[in-house]
Design a protein around this ligand. Structure first.
Ligand code: NDP
Length: 448
């Protein structure tokens, strides 16, 4: 899909000039602007208010040095980021990614996506994202703790329960959130809900761990049912084997699907009998091991080096849950050729523009990340509510609220797509519905 509206073409040119060397950010903005063409035609008041020019520019970007001492007594230096993208509808909210591939462009694309995703959740949360090029893999607990403390020493100057509330993402799980929370509390001498994804003994929410994976399946189930289909008896391929992939597998299996593959950044496993999730949990959640160790427990399964070929496994439904741009045009074409008819995204921006084009031109059911994986941040929003109330809800209460939110997100995407003449295009629906709420708030608040 290419932009046709001259105003949007000019805006995109400005974005490209201003953000050179940041292809992921430009990709994310392009995808959104392409689907906003009918909105621009219908809502000249939003153009007049300069909403689009403002929404593509972060309110604030913070970059800082993160020095820490490794187990050999040597000083290491990483780079820290926090991009506070948009606070029109609530405090900035978005996770912290710890991965060697992190640079400003990755954090900006994630922050931009987060603005629309958070809007879709129906909760009052603005968009932000943070991270560092630190790699927790292979580090001792002591090294991870010293890094997290140093990272938070600087970050604490810029966040707060009513200002900016970070959470987990790739490389940031319960351990890292715990170390960051402890340091924030020590520096500020206050116990507030400044981070979500906390442990259950100190303000965390039940069901937050499961939320993104479960939410992905709740959204996908709505999409399937609206199109006369279901998970039951279907073959499902899921990439990744981290937080999102594990709980997407659990929920898809509970709906009667057979999940046949999972991966990590080294390779993928294929188990024709269906993945044994207790084995995966033991490897990934207890031992922090590699996915190939699955074969030690299940020798009948196969392991293949390299993660891209996971998409050559024939399946009905693909749930990419690892990282950005993991499905390119070639992989998407193979998925379609092998009979895949649904792709729903647990990871952020896992499909390249060519892959998305392939889904749409072959009329696949396509659940875009900013809608389909919004369950994590929605439950983070519920964690914030519980922290403010100083109460804890039961697993069932939180899960029921999450389920309701994912249903309403699907409905919002479906209805916006219909209203703007793109029925069945849930990507367009998600972008439009997410955008309109933020845009109305920005217009109402004047030129800020
Ligand atoms: P984890 O760190 O728990 O797991 C990430 C998984 O993806 C691991 O299996 C990892 O393998 C794999 N992976 C990471 N980077 C790459 C890469 N470059 N190539 C291939 N595989 C890779 O992260 P999450 O499960 O939390 O996050 C997964 C995705 O979901 C991300 O896109 C994240 O932004 C998104 N997301 C997460 C939410 C959450 O609540 N956690 C909320 C919404 C979106 P390895 O161990 O080898 O690195």
């Amino acid at each position: 899909m290419a932009l046709k509206n001259q105003y949007l073409i000019d805006l995109m040119e400005t974005v490209k000039k201003r953000n050179q060397g940041e292809p992921e950010f430009i990709q994310a903005v392009t995808e959104v602007l392409e689907t906003l063409e009918p909105v621009v035609d219908k809502r000249p008041d939003l153009v007049e208010a300069g909403v689009l020019e403002r929404i593509v520019e972060p309110e604030r970007q913070i970059m800082f040095r993160v020095p820490w001492v490794d187990d050999n007594g040597k000083v290491q230096v990483n780079r820290g980021f926090r991009v506070q993208f948009n606070s029109a509808i609530g405090p900035y909210k978005g996770g912290i990614r710890l991965h060697p591939s992190v640079y400003l462009g990755i954090i900006k694309f994630l922050g931009f996506e987060q603005v629309f995703k958070n809007s879709l959740t129906t909760l009052p949360m603005g968009g932000g994202k943070g991270g560092s090029d630190f790699d927790p893999k292979g580090k001792s607990d002591g090294e991870v703790m010293r890094f997290c403390q140093s990272f938070m020493t600087e970050l604490s100057k810029h966040i707060g329960a009513d200002c900016d509330v970070p959470a987990g993402d790739i490389g940031t799980g319960a351990r890292e959130v715990g170390y960051m929370f402890g340091q924030y509390k020590r520096l500020r001498n206050e116990f507030t809900g400044v981070l979500t994804g906390k442990g259950l003994t100190y303000g965390g929410s039940l069901a937050r761990t499961e939320a993104t994976g479960y939410g992905l399946c709740y959204f996908t189930k709505e999409m399937l049912e609206a199109n006369g289909k279901s998970f039951d008896g279907k073959n499902v391929v899921i990439s990744g084997s981290g937080n999102v992939a594990i709980y997407a597998t659990e929920k898809a299996q509970s709906y009667g699907a057979k999940v046949v593959a999972l991966s990590d950044s080294n390779g993928y496993i294929y188990d024709a009998e269906g993945i044994k999730l207790d084995v995966v949990k033991e490897i990934k959640e207890v031992r922090r091991g590699r996915i190939k160790e699955y074969l030690d427990a299940v020798p009948t399964a196969e392991y293949h080096e390299g993660c891209k070929n996971i998409w050559t496994i024939p399946c009905d439904i693909a749930l990419p849950c690892a990282t950005q741009n993991e499905i390119d045009g070639e992989s998407a074409a193979i998925l379609v050729k092998n009979g895949c008819w649904c792709v729903s995204e647990g990871a952020n921006m896992p499909s390249t523009p060519e892959a998305i084009e392939t889904y749409l031109s072959n009329e696949l059911l396509y659940g875009p990340a900013k809608a389909a994986n919004a369950g994590g941040v929605a439950t983070s929003g519920l964690e914030m509510s519980q922290n403010s109330e100083r109460l804890s809800w039961t697993f069932e209460e939180v899960d029921a609220k999450l389920h309701g939110i994912m249903k309403s997100i699907f409905k919002a995407c479906d209805e916006a797509a219909k209203e703007y003449g793109m029925e069945g295009n849930y990507m367009a629906g998600a972008n439009i519905a997410g955008f309109l709420k933020v845009a109305e708030a920005m217009k109402a608040q004047g030129c800020v």
